[in-house]
Design a protein around this ligand. Structure first.
Ligand code: PBG
Length: 321
């Protein structure tokens, strides 16, 4: 018997061979870019915790969308920061809210771009929780009605995809019903189905100004230790009519992404969250790693784990690489 039996290095000899046998490719079409929109005009202020990300008024969001599209980007995810908040997060469903206005402004300039909207109450509630509060508890059933109203207002403004991120039980069904009743039966729902209560959302709290004034989100987001529960959440969302399901965060949960991939025939999204992005940037700034290489590798890892689409703050930079 000759030694060694096989030589895997034969196929690594040069870059042509390597690209011929490469198994995973991240393309611009795989990426969704999150934008944070605020009321007003001409606003473009850097978010202190998220390098190269901005709070944008609808007109500036439209400019960003245009250059993103020109570079090959195809999809956005909008988060709104209203100028008034209340107990019920009512401003989230206002016709002239920042998200609703940004959808119209972006569609005016780049009608072809896909606009997904984050549907949640936390940016709009005075207390920063993702639902209606009673004492220290977040009430489930009253919350899902408010989420459905917010999703409908996004649909009316022209959103292409609504993405509930609140983790209330039954919200996908409630949103589906509301959209259907209003004639939006063709509008897909991308559900944050498997969303963990994660420390990696840290930098986002400044971006969305949604830190809970008391308590945390462990009463509705998932325990990072749980794997079976992820399958259960996924199953429920699919039964309720989710068109795309999501795992969030991505990097620390690659096992969950792979498992969800194997459990559904539906498209699977993964959210590379603010903390994952900020860590890469901070490490690179300390000269500890090559930002571009490490960032690309992080996206390949998420795709290889089984995600079809990736929501990432890296999207505009990735297009230029
Ligand atoms: C809630 C929401 C959060 C993120 C997306 N939607 C924050 C949270 O649940 O606390 C986090 C995204 C990120 O960290 O990049 N509407």
């Amino acid at each position: 018997m000759p030694f060694p039996l096989d030589r895997p290095r034969r196929l690594r000899d040069n870059s042509t061979l390597r690209s011929l046998v490469r198994e995973t490719l991240v393309t611009p079409q795989d990426l969704i870019y999150p934008l944070f929109v605020v009321p007003g005009k001409g606003v473009e202020s850097p978010i202190s915790t998220l390098p190269r990300q901005y709070h944008l008024s609808p007109d500036r969001a439209a400019e960003r969308a245009k250059s993103f599209y020109k570079d090959g980007g195809r999809a956005l995810l909008l988060f709104g920061l209203p100028d008034h908040k209340d107990e019920l997060g009512s401003s989230g469903a206002e016709e002239n809210g920042p998200v609703q206005e940004a959808i119209k402004a972006i569609k005016d300039v780049v009608p072809q771009i896909l606009i997904a909207t984050d549907v949640c109450l936390c940016e709009y509630t005075s207390h920063g929780h993702c639902g209606v509060l009673e004492g220290t508890k977040v009430l489930n059933d009253p919350t899902i009605q408010l989420l459905a109203a917010q999703a409908l207002s996004h649909a009316k403004a022209g959103a292409d995809l609504v993405a509930p991120s609140d983790m209330m039980d039954g919200r996908v069904a409630a949103i589906r019903q509301k959209l259907d009743e209003n004639g939006f039966y063709g509008l897909p729902i991308m559900s944050y189905s498997v969303k963990y209560a994660s420390a990696f959302y840290g930098p986002f709290r400044e971006a969305a100004r949604n830190t809970p004034c008391a308590g945390d989100r462990q009463g509705y987001q998932m325990d990072p230790a749980n794997r079976r529960e992820a399958a259960f959440e996924l199953q429920l969302d699919l039964q309720e009519g989710a068109d795309i399901v999501m795992v969030k965060p991505a990097g620390p949960y690659l096992d969950i992404i792979r498992e969800m991939r194997d459990l559904t025939l539906r498209p699977l999204a993964a959210y590379q969250v603010s903390g994952e992005f900020a860590m890469l940037d901070a490490a690179a700034n300390h000269g500890l790693l090559d930002f571009r290489k490490a960032a690309k590798e992080s996206l390949i890892g998420i795709k290889r784990a089984g995600a079809d689409l990736i929501i990432s703050y890296l999207a505009p930079e990735f297009l230029l690489w």
